[in-house]
Design a protein around this ligand. Structure first.
Ligand SMILES: [Zn+2]
Length: 70
């Protein structure tokens, strides 16, 4: 008996219409990045990162900035 070595794939029964495709893709949205406020200077920063304004992380200075060098 002849054994066929053909892979079978799932094939959609019909073409997805433009409307269905576009309706599905309305859920593909970019979400806004989370932000927090720096506890020292109050500027808006990304969470778990050194503040670019005052160079602090968790109220400790970790980076020298132009305002804090003097
Ligand atoms: Zn700051």
């Amino acid at each position: 008996m002849l054994k066929l070595d053909i892979q079978r794939f799932a094939v959609p029964a019909r073409k997805t219409s433009k409307t269905s495709k576009r309706m599905r893709r309305t859920h593909y949205k970019i979400s806004a990045a989370g932000t927090t406020k720096c506890p020292k200077c109050g500027s808006v920063i990304k969470p778990h990162r050194v503040c670019s304004e005052c160079g602090t992380y968790k109220n400790k200075e970790v980076k020298k900035t132009e305002e804090t060098t003097d």
